[in-house]
Write a protein that binds this ligand. Structure first.
Ligand code: SF4
Ligand code: SF4
Length: 168
């Protein structure tokens, strides 16, 4: 649990809230609320248990959101989309950035999508970087910059996935 950016941190203890002042501004605010009972050791232990349980829950249940941040920031990702824009006799073929993390990236005109869920899209990203690219160009498509790890909103870590797979 992080209290970064907060003046007061509130923890839901079930039948009450534990309020912790993080900044002088927060302290001032709590003082204005009158004489509040101080937290004892048992309350602090319970707060820590709740915090650990919440962290465990987040780490075990959050999966890829398909936001595309990792592919947008990656210096080796280079996927794109092609669209034709036509105006009377004139037209333009436009290339724009796209991401294999997106559902739309692989959907076919028939409506069939060969990568229907984020599981298949992630597999493709991983295999492209560490298998197909290596087979074709004798190099992996990851320079180890760590941008995807730093900015993934749900903390998916490509290093951990590669390490886990290498143990299979
Ligand atoms: S660590 Fe590898 S996969 Fe992640 S952004 Fe950098 S080059 Fe791309
Ligand atoms: S791995 Fe993370 S950054 Fe990449 S699409 Fe999924 S949620 Fe977004």
């Amino acid at each position: 649990m992080s209290s970064e950016g907060a003046d007061v941190c509130l923890t839901d203890m079930g039948d009450t809230y534990l309020a912790e002042c993080v900044t002088p501004k927060g302290e001032e605010l709590l003082k204005k609320m009158g004489d509040l009972p101080a937290a004892d050791e048992a309350l602090e232990t319970k707060r820590q248990e709740l915090s650990d349980a919440a962290e465990k829950e987040v780490n075990s249940s959050v999966s890829c959101l398909a936001c595309g941040t990792c592919t947008y920031l990656c210096p080796t990702c280079h996927c794109f989309d092609i669209t034709d824009e036509v105006k009377r006799e004139d037209g333009k073929r436009i290339r724009s950035w796209d991401s294999c993390m997106s559902w739309l990236f692989t959907i076919e005109t028939s409506g069939h999508n060969p990568r229907p869920s984020q599981k298949e899209r992630w597999r493709q990203r991983l295999m492209h970087k560490f298998k197909y690219f290596a087979d074709n160009f004798d190099a992996i498509a990851c320079v180890g910059c760590g941008r995807c790890v730093m900015y993934c909103p749900v903390n998916i870590d490509i290093r951990k996935i590669v390490t886990d797979i290498s143990k299979l």
